[in-house]
Design a protein around this ligand. Structure first.
Ligand code: HEC
Length: 113
């Protein structure tokens, strides 16, 4: 009986952990679409119309593929003109989720896909 209870607890923890990870990926994707895609494009290649409107270059995220998490997180949290700072409007788990999404796009672009 004791063994059974432990088993159930483990299973519960496992399910919780898996859902939390899935939620992060979903959260990152959702935030990207809401807050980032208007400039960076859904695929991270950069939105040409927005670049024109901002009179700025929006480099494809592939150029950021070699940077560390903390460098990219700093850019997202503190902003990089004309990119706004998101450090105040997003919670730390939201920043982390959207960073992971941006990194995924950056890696894909750098690999030429
Ligand atoms: C108003 C347009 C705009 C929005 C909105 C925006 N960005 Fe940017 N972002 C830029 C521009 C422009 C750059 C290039 C800045 C530079 O390096 O000169 C950039 C650069 C970046 C970089 C590369 C930083 C580096 O040092 O390599 C990352 C990562 C990034 N943005 C992520 C995000 C994320 C995540 C969001 C949404 C939470 C976001 N951006 C929203 C315009 C924007």
């Amino acid at each position: 009986m004791r063994l059974f209870a432990t088993g159930v607890a483990w299973l519960g923890a496992l399910v919780l952990a898996t859902t939390a990870m899935a939620a992060d990926a979903d959260l990152g994707k959702k935030l990207w679409a809401q807050k980032c895609a208007m400039c960076h494009g859904a695929d991270g290649k950069g939105d040409a119309k927005m670049a024109e409107r901002l009179k700025a270059k929006i480099p494809g995220l592939g150029t950021s593929a070699g940077k560390t998490d903390s460098e990219l997180l700093k850019a997202i949290a503190d902003g990089k003109r004309p990119m706004p700072a998101f450090g105040k409007s997003l919670k730390s788990e939201e920043l982390e989720a959207v960073l992971q999404h941006a990194k995924g796009l950056a890696k894909r672009l750098a690999a030429g896909k």
